[in-house]
Structures are given as structure tokens and as C-alpha cells.
Design a protein. Structure first.
Length: 75
């Protein structure tokens, strides 16, 4: 189980996951921050990045903020 800090940039032109520091990432998503669309896309991109299933990625805090703490069950 690992926790990372994520800064989300919604409505980006290009989707990407960028490592900023040891446990800190910037995630750009094209989805708008409405009705959980951006959160859903963040989870999908992080699952892809870490090679886990979407169900193994959870937003611990910041679901309504651009700064989030995300837990990844990589066990």
C-alpha cells in the first residue's frame, strides 16, 4: 500500500502522469472537473501508470480539490 500526493490539472490538452518528487505527481486529464469525470480519469491513468487495476486506486482526500491524496494497493 502506498500513498501519493497528486496535483490534478483538468481540461488539459494532453493527458499525462508526471512525477515531481518521490511521492508527488502531476496528472493532466482532458476531462472536466464535473460530476467526478476528472477523478475517474485520474484513477484510470494512475492505475495504468502503476500497473494495477482501477479498483486498487482510491482517492483518500481531496475529491473536490485539485490536490489529492491517493492510495494505491500494489500488493
Amino acid at each position: 500500500m502506498m500513498r501519493i500526493e497528486v496535483k490534478v490539472i483538468a481540461r488539459a490538452r494532453k493527458e499525462e502522469v508526471e512525477k515531481i518528487a518521490e511521492n508527488s505527481y502531476r496528472v493532466k486529464v482532458s476531462a472536466p472537473p464535473e460530476k467526478g469525470k476528472a477523478n475517474k480519469r485520474v484513477i484510470e491513468l494512475l492505475a495504468e501508470e502503476f500497473g494495477v487495476k482501477r479498483q486498487q486506486v482510491r482517492i483518500i482526500s481531496g475529491s473536490l480539490s485539485s490536490k489529492k491524496i491517493i492510495e494505491i494497493d500494489n500488493g
